[in-house]
Design a protein around this ligand. Structure first.
Ligand SMILES: *C/C=C(C)/C=C/C=C(C)/C=C/C1=C(C)CCCC1(C)C
Length: 236
C-alpha cells in the first residue's frame, strides 16, 4: 500500500464513506453469489441488485479517497454513481411487474424522470449554486412524478393485477421511494449555504451516505426476498 491518508477520530464523513464502501462490497458479493439459486426470471432481478451495489461500491472507493485527500464533497462521483444506479432501480420496478405485463414504456418513463431529477439536482449542487432552490424544486417535481407513478399510476395497477408476493414487494419498494429517497432532499438542503447548512451538525455527505446504504441495500433485499418467496411457492 502507498500513502494512506489518516482519518481523524471525529471525521464522521470519512467514517461513513469507509463503512458505506464496505457495506456496498459485501452486498454486491451477496447478490452475485446467490443469484444462481434462482431460475432465469428472478436471476435477472438479483443480478441488477448486484450491479447497483457493485457500481456503488466502486464509486464509494473513489469518494472515500477523494474525501480523505481533499476534505471536500465528491459531488461529481456522487452524481455519476446515482445517474447509473437510480435508473437501474427503475429497471427493478419494471422487472418485477413484467409478470403482470408491464411494458418497456413504463420503464423508460421512470428512467427519464429519474435522470431529470438527478441532472437538475447536479446543476443546483455544482453548477448554478445561486439558483439551488429552483433546481431543487424542478428535481423535487420529477421525484414526485416518480412517486405518483408507482404509488397511484399505471405501475400500481400492474402490481394489483399481479397480486400476492409481487404486490407486497412493490409496496415495500414504494415505501423506499417515498421515505428512503426523501432523505436526499434533506442532504441537499443541508449542503446548500444559507438554508439548513449542517442540519444540527449532520453534514450533507453523511446524510447521502446513510440514504445510499438504506436504499441500495434495502431495495436489493426486498427483491431477494421476493425471489425466495416465489421459489418456495413453486416448490410446493
Ligand atoms: C442510490 C441512490 C439513490 C436512490 C439516490 C436518490 C436520489 C434522490 C432521490 C435525489 C433527489 C433530489 C431531490 C428530490 C431534490 C434535491 C436534489 C436531489 C437530487 C438531492
Amino acid at each position: 500500500m502507498g500513502d494512506v491518508t489518516k482519518i481523524a477520530t471525529d471525521d464522521y464523513v470519512g467514517f461513513t464513506f469507509f463503512t458505506g464502501c464496505m457495506a456496498m462490497m459485501a452486498a454486491a458479493a451477496f447478490f452475485f453469489l446467490s443469484m444462481n439459486d434462482f431460475d432465469r426470471k428472478w436471476k435477472t432481478s438479483i443480478l441488477v441488485s448486484g450491479l447497483i451495489t457493485f457500481i456503488a461500491a466502486v464509486h464509494y472507493l473513489y469518494m472515500r479517497d477523494y474525501w480523505a485527500s481533499n476534505a471536500e464533497s465528491p459531488t461529481f462521483f456522487r452524481y455519476v454513481d446515482w445517474v447509473l444506479t437510480v435508473p437501474l432501480m427503475c429497471v427493478e420496478f419494471y422487472l418485477i411487474l413484467k409478470v403482470a405485463g408491464a411494458k418497456k414504456s413504463l420503464m423508460w418513463k421512470l428512467i427519464f424522470l429519474s435522470v431529470v431529477m438527478l441532472v437538475t439536482g447536479y446543476i443546483g449542487e455544482a453548477v448554478d449554486r445561486d439558483n439551488a432552490w429552483l433546481w431543487g424544486l424542478v428535481s423535487g417535481i420529477a421525484y414526485f412524478a416518480i412517486a405518483y407513478e408507482i404509488w397511484l399510476g399505471s405501475a400500481k395497477k400492474l402490481a394489483v393485477e399481479a397480486g400476492g408476493y409481487v404486490l407486497k414487494a412493490h409496496k415495500a419498494l414504494c415505501w423506499f421511494v417515498l421515505v428512503g429517497w426523501a432523505i436526499y432532499p434533506l442532504g441537499y438542503m443541508a449542503g446548500t449555504p444559507g438554508w439548513y447548512d449542517g442540519l444540527n451538525g449532520l453534514q450533507m455527505d453523511v446524510i447521502y451516505n446513510i440514504g445510499d446504504a438504506i436504499n441500495k441495500i434495502g431495495f436489493g433485499l426486498v427483491i431477494y426476498n421476493l425471489a425466495v418467496q416465489m421459489r418456495n411457492k413453486e416448490a410446493i
